[in-house]
Design a protein around this ligand. Structure first.
Ligand code: FAD
Length: 576
């Protein structure tokens, strides 16, 4: 039994939370608000993946690069900015400051709420019993290396550790999150192959040519960051479209805007292997196909030229020429430091990414490969095996199995966030589940409706959805319709020079009840909450049209989109 830090009395907690990401720390604070005695165990840093190597660092970098893009084209606004440069180190320093400020804020909140914080790795020994192992006693040191170990090895590591503290509680909440997944592709262990962790933590990474395996949210957002910095970016997505879970129109529209930024996208692209190639080998290969090589080198092609795939290479070179034109402007604007970096990159070893599209193998040269193919649950070593060698709670390949109240298969053990099987892996989902699970354990109604989860992508334009698409509604047999407003007629969008953007509303045909919405426009990630509220509270098109939205704002587009379903948006030509 733990000895109270100040009183000297033994403490049995009402709740032990494992993991201080958004799922864990918010649950701990909520339990404290309910007057409960809470222990929070974290092996790394408070804020979890979201704050330290996920949502916040990506958006901090994206804030900078969006601004950079704005400044590059501000001549149209009557501004005379001679040169816009990038200080990569300063950009990452700023990101680190943002993360630190928020992390310090959470630490203060934990203290203010009298939550006992334990730094170390938690291992659940049995229902109600958690061992905390001091981190410095543990090997291996890195999260990546650690997740490569199986649970038995990790438990062995733990049991050899000398510093162990035992905590007791009526309830345990597991919120241990997820880590980057590495698909079984040959060569992903090579230097230069990174996950979002390496790109977002600490000093970041510089690349002149970045191949991104995976065109999901993380891949797409980081593609935008690097493209704005002058890196040549290619996305290789195995599915038929980027953002495979999004409806086609949204994915296609976003792909168009990424291509305008110079990002090359290959869909239905299966990566076969990544291999290291040094410059001498490149030259030897290129000499075999002199003619094409001379064209390619004139235009600094990304692609290796192989005699056996001349046809395919011709296509690639043409594509590259088009891409080079688009990138030329951007490159000119890169500061001197970037140019030096590019030269350094050209001198060092390159990676060759061999991928296949429609049965044709293609080769892509890059000095960096970002693996963004998803995340896997982080529960290795958290559960001590029972005396029969079985697990205390049920898990499957995707994570911890829970019921709708986030109760795991053993009494008094709950799980939330990325660690839960079948979950939507988003920070606000983890937070909402944590609060809901705590309310449930202490007999309070959280009032949180888990049915409407907004999903956001912070590209430019932003993309946000909630509820059902028209296709999903129809699949569910709902008599649904969709109304749409093109934001090209929205004053604020014209002022701020937005490109193609729109708002779509899905509603029930008879009742006009809001079923879902999709937005591809500026501030979509903020505005989607109006539709989340409307859908969760069963509001109708008429309800949404009944309030006055200020002018000029992007939010006026919401009024127009719902009015389009009620007989016509004011700023759209009448449909016959
Ligand atoms: C690049 C990137 C960008 C993202 N952008 C967004 C976004 O814009 N919006 C969004 O909603 N989501 C985003 N996400 C997803 C979001 O980060 C996760 O969904 C969210 O962090 C999950 O929260 P969690 O509390 O479940 O777990 P985590 O945030 O992963 O926290 C788990 C914590 O548990 C700790 N832990 C693990 N095991 C133990 C143990 N045995 N003992 C003690 N502590 C332990 C870990 O160290 C970690 O701190 C992004 C993710 C990435 C990678």
């Amino acid at each position: 039994m733990m000895i109270g830090k100040e009183t000297g009395e033994k403490i049995k907690y009402d709740l032990i939370v494992i993991g201080a990401g958004p799922g864990g720390y918010e649950a701990a604070i909520k339990a404290a608000h309910l007057g409960k005695k809470v222990a929070l165990v974290e092996k790394d840093m408070v804020g979890g993946a979201c704050l330290n190597r996920g949502c916040i660092p990506t958006k901090a970098l994206m804030h900078t690069t969006h601004l950079l893009e704005e400044m590059r084209s501000c001549g149209e606004l009557g501004l005379d900015v001679k040169e816009v440069g990038v200080d990569f180190e300063a950009m990452h320093e700023r990101k680190k400051d943002v993360v630190k400020q928020l992390r310090d804020g959470i630490a203060q909140l934990l203290k203010a709420n009298k939550i006992d914080f334990f730094q170390g790795r938690a291992v659940i020994k049995s229902s109600g019993k958690v061992a905390v192992l001091q981190q410095e006693k543990l090997i291996p040191p890195s999260e990546e290396a650690e997740t490569a170990l199986d649970a038995d090895t990790l438990n062995a590591v733990h049991s050899s550790s000398t510093h162990e503290e035992m905590l007791h509680a009526d309830n345990i909440l597991i919120a241990t999150g997820s880590v980057p997944a590495r698909p079984p592709i040959q060569g992903l262990e090579l230097p230069g192959v990174v996950s979002s962790n390496e790109i977002l933590e600490g000093e970041g990474r510089k690349f002149s040519h970045l191949a991104i395996i995976g065109g999901g949210v993380i891949g797409v957002e980081l593609a935008c960051v690097y493209a704005a910095l002058g890196t040549e970016v290619t996305i290789l997505e195995a599915a038929g479209q980027i953002l495979p879970d999004m409806e086609k129109e949204l994915s296609r529209s976003l792909a168009m805007s990424l291509k305008k930024k110079g990002i090359v996208i290959h869909t239905a692209a299966q990566v076969n292997r990544v291999e290291q190639v040094n410059q001498m080998e490149q030259i030897e290969q290129a000499e075999q196909v002199n003619q094409i090589e001379s064209v390619a080198s004139m235009h600094s092609s990304d692609y290796f030229i192989k005699a056996k795939s001349v046809e395919c290479d011709k296509e690639n070179i043409q594509k590259q020429l088009r891409r080079d034109e688009g990138n030329a402007q951007k490159k000119l604007q890169c500061n001197e430091e970037n140019t030096q970096e590019q030269t350094k990159c050209d001198e060092k070893h390159f990676l060759n990414v061999a991928f296949e599209v429609k049965g044709k193998e293609m080769n892509l040269r890059a000095d960096g490969v970002l693996v963004a193919t998803g995340r896997k649950v982080n529960i290795a070593g958290i559960l001590d095996c029972d005396s029969d060698g079985g697990s205390l709670i049920e898990t499957d390949r995707d994570g911890i199995v829970t019921d709708e109240n986030f109760q795991a298969s053993a009494a008094g053990i709950y799980a939330v966030g990325d660690a839960v099987s079948g979950n939507i892996r988003l920070a606000h989902v983890a937070s909402a589940q944590g609060i809901r699970a705590v309310c449930r354990m202490f007999g309070v109604d959280s009032g949180i409706d888990m049915n409407y989860v907004p999903a956001c992508i912070y590209t430019s334009p932003e993309l946000a959805t909630v509820g059902l698409s028209l296709e999903q509604a129809k699949q569910k047999g709902l008599p649904a319709k969709e109304s749409k407003f093109l934001m090209t007629a929205n004053g604020k969008s014209v002022i701020s020079r937005q490109g193609r953007s729109f708002i779509k509303v899905v509603y029930e045909e008879e009742s006009h009840r809001i079923l879902g919405a999709a937005m591809l426009c500026a501030r979509a990630t903020d505005m989607i909450s109006e539709f989340a509220l409307a859908a969760a509270k069963g509001l109708t098109l008429e309800d949404m049209a009944s309030v006055i939205r200020p002018h000029p704002t992007y939010a006026e587009g919401i009024t127009e989109a719902v009015e389009a379903g009620l007989g016509g948006a004011i700023h759209a030509a009448p449909t016959r």
